[in-house]
Design a protein around this ligand. Sequence first.
Ligand code: SF4
Length: 310
Amino acid sequence: MRNFDAPFLVIWELTQACDLACVHCRACAIEKRCPSELTTEEGFRLLDEIRSFGDPLMVFTGGDPLKRPDMLPLLQRSVGLGLRNTVTSSATPLLTERAIEGFRECGVARMAISLDGPDAASHDGFRRVDGSFARTMFALEYARKIGLPSQVNTTVTRHNLGRLDEPAQLVQCFGAKLWSVFFLVATGRASASEDLTAGEYEEVFRFLYDLSKTIPFDLKTTEAQHYRRYVAQRRKADGNGDAVRQAMPEVIRRQAGINDGKGFVFVSHLGEIYPSGFLPLAAGNVRRDSLTAVNRESPLFRTLRDADRL
Ligand code: SF4
């Protein structure tokens, strides 16, 4: 049985400030930074402790991380510690050529950016700021030009249902390494009315599974635990039943059924320790608690890892 005492993935929400206003925003992002955000020094200490987990994948997210003037020193510290880092930026005027070059120069492994529709009308309508689609296209093109690997994040809602093949084509056009497909969790500004029906989930899973066999980039789902069940059923139906378990990580790009609090830990802009950004229940705060101890011992995290209680 796999040991989840150390997470595979650590996400730090550097700030909730962001100049976009997305319909579904988990963070309920606002324009200005909160004065109580973790300071630069607290961020350095947090990164040191994250490194003590071993070799987790580190994601710098927000809000928009570029709203913090100390973002590059924080990224440099993380790279210097030997962590593998992804930075998730918002497509705003802050995401300039210089900013993207800064990611590459300080050794970020990957820049992630959101794309929720294949054109300005669909994407900007969802992000609620005109020009966001054009900035996304610019950022992906510029990252490709300077050799910075990119990742595209897409949230599946009723808004883009039936059009997912179009963002997938853009992922391929820009040479992105990973298409990360998020399924809606009705937290923050997200409304359950935007979510899919059970039948629509199955349709999207069918599309993703079929697509995964043909694409040159990796495809990963988030908050779609039932995709594992779908993949198992399809492989069995395809006559590959014996290979289902062994091949699962290869198909879904997840090492071991990572779930909230199970291989995954999220630190909020105020230092609260959540099982994930989509489950904002604080099991501690890095200002007073050890992140490694909370992840290993807190009743909330331990309960979430107890499959018998599902
Ligand atoms: S880009 Fe991200 S943080 Fe900014 S409003 Fe949209 S979902 Fe929220």
